[in-house]
Write a protein that binds this ligand. Structure first.
Ligand code: 26V
Length: 826
């Protein structure tokens, strides 16, 4: 049988898209076009498009099982922040014209249907969005790949702002149904918990272990096929959902015990009820550990089953499959794969270990010590007794190697042991990953250096060959083609559309650096995006913005290390200057958005401060002519797609040495914003690409911060005493200037900066140290903005030099150095 290529079949089905739409409206949804709601039409359209995607999956699947020369990439991640899919799929399938024509017949516009889709917010921030960009790139480039995660019932909470405070509401993203997934109940597996490890003698007289008396849950996969741009190949995003083996126990019910009758169902449902909303703060919660084991065990069983089907043996698992751990959250993959190989497949320790350590690779995403996972040993041992035993054995063998390599060096043993001894013994997941993985990577050059020189220093000395850098990237399909249509059009008119799959093509835009009419068009595009955002803000918040003002934007999770506080302190400084009659040369709009972890007091207080300052600034008849401050609620992928294209200035101001990479920084650059930033994360590489004249760098460097900490010589109180501007700002905060009704409200911010009241040291993120340098740099930006030609030139150069920051480049590097996979079509 000759296979009709998927795209050919799609062309054929495309002619029937119209019929397909009506078919789904009438027969899948049982609605007629006259009375169907717009939502029903959104679903009908999505189903019609999903049919085209299913064709691509069938094609991809046939390759998976026919091409044994292709290694499959498995990306294990607790988070995939995929956002909306309708328009993304329309663009990737290149069917926009068709769809628009079809909708026109029903008096509909695509742009009216797109917002009806709920964001799939199955992630917190950068780590989850990176995973989503990776699947897009893998599909686009034509590699076989699976993403594995959890089908959370509730995604990241929705943020409301009430009286300036963040309020959280549950995100019931599936409440209307979800058109993009396919349940695959026939591929369900059983996941075990608790019980005990039992020793026995097998038929050959070998001593063996088995995990018995377990509590079992079914894991049901739901698949979302992630399309690539103009690609026959889809990535599979497999979401695991727990299900009770016995949903209802009639025996217990008969005895009158309703609670017991539904106990199993309740257990299953609670495991994946909600995404943990902390990013970068670790709390050892039992439920979280259950989530980690649940999806990892399901994924591993799935991978093992597939490999056996493809090769009939697990001896060469690493030839057919590679497993990338997105941070330590899926680290239980290590003992789980060992357990499968030892206890279920009958391998001896050495061969099992060889297979595991040639299959698994680890990416680190943070150096913040409070974010590192360390599970309490008794908890892990209770929930996963056999895994605990395997981790002990891994550690014992590893420490023997350490002792051989560094004879007599007890400190090495203490540092590198997977177990941290103490009042409560802990399992250090980063150590487990470092021991077992064949590759350890950071996500920007600086971050990888910090891993090698401090966080994982001992592991670097032991296994230098494992360490490598993979600077993050973002997909230009979502972050330019989809989110900024007028810029995409301008670029394509100028240099053609090859940039969509080869972002380095943007370099060709440098031809237009001295073309004033092109620069004007670029300015007009920015203006269009600012108007779009202004319209959104006016409709949602009733705040009118001046689109001629410079849009200065900081959007990301609210965290002290990201220093939204530095930004708002500087806004207060500008407020003071204006009140003193020192009027700024250009009007500015400061836009903030981002969520705080619900239990992160300081971050929530910073949100309140931003909103309090916003109120005073915006209500002041004089000041509001020059500056305005807006906090846009509920930052998510869809909102990012509106906000980022509208930025003139991108704020990337984390304390040097704290932000592993940042990816928002890249999205802004790609959309022509100029960056004000520290020498942190990927900002450094942006500087390398664009040159010092085209990016605004300020502040202390990572080694300077490191040194100041080490020597304990940082004295923010001294800065406060010596610097009248800073003293004035902080005194306003301390005395309730922005909140006269509750004058004490922000005292904690003041005291944390000056005395380190809630921190290991005063001003641990060096806000005051960097303030002057930040304010001076803002003055330079202000000056440049008065010269639109020069501004647009730098904006264009930023776009032209953003090629490196495509996730396509990142993925090709993972492929070349770690995954060693091949494209389906060479
Ligand atoms: C950590 C934890 C700790 C336990 C509770 C739940 C939870 C959830 C997420 C995280 C991840 C923290 C690490 C993280 O998000 N890192 C970010 O990764 C981005 C992609 O590499 C990178 O651009 C950001 O700089 C980095 O902060």
């Amino acid at each position: 049988m000759t296979r009709v290529p998927a795209t050919k079949r799609t062309q054929k089905s495309l002619e029937n898209l119209d019929e397909s739409f009506i078919h789904h409206l009438n027969h899948t949804l049982a609605e007629d076009s006259a009375s169907a709601t717009t939502l029903a039409k959104y679903f009908a359209l999505s189903y019609a498009i999903r049919d085209l995607i299913a064709d691509r999956w069938l094609h991809t699947k046939s390759i998976i099982f026919n091409r044994r020369d292709l290694r499959i990439v498995n990306y294990l991640s607790m988070e995939f922040l995929i956002g909306r899919l309708l328009y993304n799929n329309v663009l990737n399938l290149k069917i926009e014209k068709h769809v628009e024509e079809l909708l026109e017949k029903y008096g509909l516009r695509l742009e009216d249907l797109i917002p009806l889709e709920e964001d799939a917010a199955l992630g917190n921030g950068g780590l989850g969005r990176l995973a989503a960009c990776f699947l897009d790139s893998l599909a686009t480039l034509g590699y076989l790949s699976y993403g594995y995660t959890i089908r959370y019932q509730y995604g990241l909470f929705k943020q409301l702002i009430e009286n300036g405070y963040q309020k959280e509401e549950p995100d019931d993203w599936q409440k209307n149904g979800y058109p993009w997934e396919f349940p695959k109940p026939e591929e369900a597996v059983v996941v075990k918990f608790f019980g005990r490890s039992e020793v026995y003698t097998d038929e050959n007289g070998w001593l063996k272990f088995r995990w018995v008396d377990t509590y079992n849950v079914i894991a049901v996969p739901y698949d979302i096929y992630i399309t690539g741009y103009n690609s026959e190949i889809v990535s599979v995003l497999r979401l695991w959902q727990p299900k009770a083996i016995s949903e209802f126990n009639f025996a217990e019910f008969e005895k009158g015990n309703y609670e017991k009758a539904v106990a199993e169902k309740n257990f299953a449902e609670k495991i994946c009820k909600v995404l943990y909303p902390n990013d970068a703060f670790y709390q050892g919660r039992e439920l979280r550990l259950m989530q980690e084991h649940f999806f990892v065990s399901a994924a591993l069983q799935d991978i093992v089953r597939r490999h056996k089907k493809r090769y009939g043996t697990l001896d060469n698992l690493y030839e057919g499959e590679v497993i990338q751990l997105n941070d330590t959250h899926p680290a239980l993959a290590i003992p789980e794969l060992m357990r499968i190989l030892l206890d279920e497949e009958g391998y001896g320790w050495e061969k099992a270990w060889e297979i595991v350590s040639k299959t698994i690779a680890y990416t680190n995403h943070t150096v913040m010590p409070e974010a590192l996972e360390k599970w309490e040993a008794p908890l892990l041992q209770h929930m996963l007794p056999r895994h605990y035993q395997i981790i002990e054995e891994i550690n014992a063998r590893f420490l023997k190697d350490v002792a051989e390599k560094f004879p007599g060096n007890l400190q090495k043993i203490v540092n590198m042991s997977i177990f941290e001894e103490g009042h409560i013994k802990k399992v250090r997941m980063a150590n487990l990953c470092s021991v077992a993985s064949f590759s350890i990577n950071g996500v920007s050059q600086l971050h990888t250096e910090i891993l090698k020189q401090s966080v994982l220093k001992d592991f670097y000395e032991m296994y230098p060959e494992k360490f490598n850098n993979k600077t993050n990237g973002v997909t230009q399909r979502r972050w330019l083609l989809e989110s900024n249509p007028p810029l995409a059009r301008l670029i394509t008119e100028a240099i053609g559309d090859r940039w969509i799959t080869d972002l380095y093509e943007l370099r060709k835009l440098e031809m237009f650096l001295d073309d004033t009419s092109f620069l004007e068009r670029l300015g007009a595009v920015k203006r269009w995006n600012k108007e779009r955002l202004a319209k959104y803000i006016s409709e949602k918040l009733g705040i009118t913005l001046d689109v001629d003002s410079m849009f200065d934007i900081q959007v990301k999770r609210i965290h002290e290390y990201k220093r939204q506080l530095l930004n708002i302190l500087h806004v207060i400084h500008l407020y003071n200057e204006i009140r003193d009659g020192k009027l700024p040369e250009v009007p500015r709009t400061f836009i903030f958005a981002g969520k705080s972890a619900p239990g992160y007091r300081m971050a929530k207080l910073i949100i309140k401060l931003i909103n309090s300052v916003a109120k005073v600034v915006n209500e002041d008849p004089v000041v509001s002519k020059y500056i305005r401050v807006v906090f846009v609620p509920n930052y998510n992928v869809s909102l990012a797609q509106i906000i980022i294209p509208a930025a003139n200035v991108s704020e990337q101001i984390s304390t040097a040495g704290t932000e592993a990479s940042g990816t928002g920084n890249m999205k802004f650059m790609l959309n022509g914003a100029l960056t004000i930033g520290t020498l942190d994360g990927a900002n450094i590489e942006m500087l390398e690409e664009v040159g010092a004249e085209n990016i605004f760098i300020f502040g202390l460097k990572a080694d300077e911060i490191e040194e100041a900490k080490r020597k304990g010589k940082y004295n923010p109180f001294g800065i406060y005493m010596d610097n009248v501007k800073i003293r004035r700002i902080l005194d306003m905060i301390r005395t309730g200037y922005f909140n006269p009704d509750e004058p004490e409200l922000f005292v904690d911010i003041f005291e944390n900066l000056l005395y380190g009241k809630y921190a290991p040291m005063p001003d641990q993120y060096f806000v005051l140290a960097d303030f002057e340098s930040y304010a001076e740099t803002h003055k330079k930006i202000e000056k440049l903005y008065q010269n639109p030609v020069e501004w647009n030139k730098k904006s264009l150069l930023n776009i032209a030099r953003s090629g490196k920051f495509s996730s396509d480049r990142t993925i090709e590097e993972y492929i070349a150095d770690i995954w060693k996979s091949k494209k389906v079509y060479e």
